[in-house]
Write a protein that binds this ligand. Structure first.
Ligand SMILES: [Zn+2]
Length: 768
């Protein structure tokens, strides 16, 4: 979640510039949050924020801090943070205001005992509204989101600029496009982050620069500019970069080349090429390895489309795309010219350990000294606390001295893999533990049959699978209630296939429904019907939501209940599993039928709709009304499912902070547990903070009462989604609270091929 990248060339004794003076800073408490201020802590002044969660009526306490800073030249910044009791807080968010919008990033501390220095990388920030650049920051906002109506406090000190990374490498972010259009925002952030996190993993420093403020002066000491993904680079920035190339600078650019740069690099857009079928772009293989020294013979990357280019001057293909059978497509994956390396798609994270070396070789084409930098970084990571570690370190260190940098990196990688495996083997399994896995795709794990995938679960000590087989307007089995997905005519009934594998390997199967939400997958005629019958949700501002069915419609509730009952009737499954069994947020639903039904429920007319619903006079009854609509469906489904088959297990994926979420999204799972509508719940405790995970589980233990609850561990949602060590830690936290089991999200190819085999060696070892 946080970056801890520091360039190896960075001066260790350098004092960071502090961005905030705790004495003179003006802090404005927003809404009815408690006033914050500076206090003395030991020998320094720090800022204290009191969260008066018992008093506020909104979802958060928040403060605006006057903060006039130009942050455009920083990679990021750090704060010192302390919160002795973060349990009442769902999460913290830090915002920077610029122009007509905000940059924002949420975080959670990893300790409740000490001060902690937390680093934030600018490329991890999302945007809200239309911020006008990091150079024009005028306000910093801190929000603490309510999880529990209990007061708490936190402290902030030393807000400091992150030290500059290497001057040699500049990563250019297409901020101008983010500001202009929302549609490309996520892709720009995502693919820029892929490049920077790969640089981090290689131990290579860089600076982040915005295309909105790029000048020749800022590139003065730069040797290589990297453009990770720039669908529409600012015209002036393209001019600056063209000038930079003419003066001897080098460029590494992915996918889209701005027209203003085509001449300078000798590579020009020709045509867009989509994959004719999946697996067409599977692998990158170099033409001759000496064109890009050190490039792997094969690097896997499952791209779905590429750009084809026209070449002039010295530009020539350096690698081609090969398909999944190994045949060359004849389409260049890499093109090199004297000043540019171009890749015809964005960089993806698949085949990551190879991908690192792939990127390093591209960098090394222009900056060969980076092989050594990266080798030293890799070798410094070898733990020397055992004799074996010392010997591994010495071996790799010798390779560096001999100038065999790639061999040194390979040796360090091998050593770290071996140590991880030893650690995993040393973990203890536990008897009679319920171990569940969510599987997001109705077709199972990509590249595997249901039989193969379910066998992996069983072989590695898992007991249950929760496959997603239906959403509000789509079924991946032969349904008489919901529209059937067209793929089923070819691929067959997916519940049947999955269930057959489960029976073969002794795994329990709970069919997962995405309730209310059509996920944009329902057929057009179904959506048209929903719309014409006013069955879709409407938000506070009167805007319709095209994906969510409204729970106040009796027809919609009937559809939810009957679609789940159909599964119990037709298939011998072990359970049915609710998900999205809630409203999207507290802005829904304010349709005219919701108004009518609400007025009927409270026996009075609401004069000022929708404002009144959120007012002091009505909000308690309004929240009750919303909760009730959702609970009714859970109750009815559960009761009728057990009438059909008494052994059926009813379960639900739920939000983590019941106390806040019952008002925010109308999800009253504490009541469902109390009344026995559910046989178990799986709170989605997706966080890479073990402290947050622990705080959630400790509260949920109380809320679930006698009903079993299996905390959801969100390994696929973590930035480092191969972090088996954190998975083990969170399993152990669940065990400390005697939950009796846990649920993992989600059954990805990486989990099947890497995580499960490692977990099966220790922490979930079958038969102990
Ligand atoms: Zn409604």
């Amino acid at each position: 979640m946080f970056f801890t990248t520091f360039s190896s060339s960075q001066a260790k004794d350098q004092k960071p510039p502090f961005l905030l003076d705790p004495v003179c800073t003006e802090i404005k408490a927003q809404e009815n949050s408690f006033q914050a201020g500076s206090i003395k802590d030991d020998d320094r002044i720090v800022l204290m924020f009191k969260c008066n969660f018992q008093e506020i009526s909104g979802a958060r306490c928040y403060w605006d801090i006057t903060f006039a800073n130009d942050m455009s030249e920083m990679n990021g910044f750090s704060i010192e943070f302390k919160c002795p009791d973060p349990a009442p807080v769902a999460m913290f968010t830090i915002y920077f205001h610029s122009g007509n919008g905000w940059y924002s990033k949420s975080f959670y501390p990893s300790t409740d005992e000490n001060w902690e220095k937390i680093y934030f990388s600018k490329d991890e920030f999302g945007t809200e509204g239309k911020p006008s650049g990091w150079d024009k920051i005028d306000t910093m906002r801190i929000s603490a989101w309510l999880a529990e109506k209990k007061d708490t406090s936190f402290f902030i000190a030393n807000v400091a600029a992150g030290n500059r990374g290497s001057e040699k490498i500049a990563v250019i972010i297409n901020d101008s496009e983010v500001k202009k259009r929302d549609s490309e925002r996520d892709s720009i952030f995502k693919y820029s982050k892929t490049v920077t996190s790969t640089l981090d993993a290689l131990g290579i420093g860089y600076r982040l620069l915005s295309d909105m403020t790029l000048t020749p002066e800022k590139l003065k000491d730069t040797k290589l500019a990297i453009i990770p993904f720039s669908p529409n680079l600012d015209v002036k920035a393209a001019e600056v970069l063209a000038g930079f190339l003419k003066k001897g600078g080098n460029l590494m650019i992915f996918y889209v080349i701005p027209p203003g740069l085509e001449n300078a690099c000798g590579i020009k857009f020709d045509k867009f090429k989509s994959q004719p079928s999946p697996g067409y772009f599977s692998e990158i293989r170099p033409v001759q390895r000496n064109l890009i020294p050190g490039i792997p013979e094969r690097t896997r990357q499952a791209s779905w489309n590429v750009d084809e280019m026209l070449l002039s001057g010295t530009a020539k293909p350096a690698a081609y795309w090969h398909d999944s059978k190994g045949a060359s497509t004849g389409i260049p994956a890499l093109i090199v010219s004297e000043n540019t390396i171009y890749m015809s798609h964005v960089l993806l994270t698949d085949d990551f350990s190879n991908k690192k070396i792939f990127l390093l070789s591209l960098l090394g084409k222009f900056l060969p000294e980076l092989f050594k930098t990266s080798a030293e970084f890799a070798v410094s990571g070898i733990a020397k606390d055992t004799d074996e570690g010392v010997s591994e370190f010495n071996k790799a260190d010798t390779l560096i001295k001999e100038g065999k940098y790639l061999a040194a990196i390979a040796s360090a990688d091998k050593s770290s893999k071996k140590m991880t495996e030893t650690f995993c083997r040393n973990q203890s399994s536990k008897e009679n533990e319920r171990r569940l896995f969510w599987c997001h795709s109705a077709f199972g794990v990509e590249g595997k049959t249901w039989d193969e995938a379910v066998k992996i679960l069983a072989d590695n000590g898992f007991t249950d699978i929760i496959p997603n087989m239906l959403s509000a307007g789509t079924a991946y089995y032969k349904s008489d209630v919901l529209p059937v997905a067209p793929e089923i005519s070819k691929s067959g009934d997916q519940i049947e296939e999955c269930l057959a594998a489960c029976r073969k390997y002794g795994i329990k199967c709970h069919v997962w429904k995405v309730n209310w939400n059509t996920l944009g997958k329902a057929p057009a005629d179904f959506m048209k019907k929903m719309k014409s019958e006013n069955r879709l949700q409407v938000n506070f501002n009167g805007k319709g939501n095209t994906h969510w069915l409204c729970p106040s419609s009796p027809e919609n509730r009937k559809l939810e209940v009957e679609s789940m009952l159909e599964i119990v009737k037709k298939y011998d499954v072990d359970g049915i599993h609710f998900d999205y069994i809630r409203f999207p947020d507290n802005e829904y639903c304010f349709c005219s039928r919701c108004r009518q039904e609400f007025e009927k429920a409270i026996g009075e007319k609401v004069p000022d709709w929708p404002k009144d619903a959120k007012s002091e006079k009505y909000s308690v009854r309004w929240n009750d009304f919303r909760r009730n609509l959702i609970t009714t469906v859970v109750e009815e489904t559960s009761r009728k499912a057990k009438e059909i088959r008494s052994s059926i297990q009813v379960s639900a994926a739920v939000f983590g902070n019941w106390q806040a979420d019952r008002d925010q999204v109308g999800q009253d799972w504490n009541l469902w547990c109390e009344k026995g509508y559910v046989d178990f719940v799986c709170p989605m405790d997706y966080t890479d903070s073990n402290l947050k995970f622990k705080n959630l589980v400790s509260k949920q233990k109380i809320w679930a009462g006698k009903t079993p609850f299996y905390p959801g561990i969100g390994i696929s949602t973590w930035t480092d989604h191969d972090n088996i060590l954190r998975l083990i830690k969170q399993i152990n936290i669940s065990r400390n609270y005697h939950t009796g089991g846990f649920t993992v999200f989600e059954f990805s190819p990486e989990c099947a091929d890497y995580i499960l085999p490692l977990s099966g060696k220790g922490i979930t070892r079958p038969g102990n």
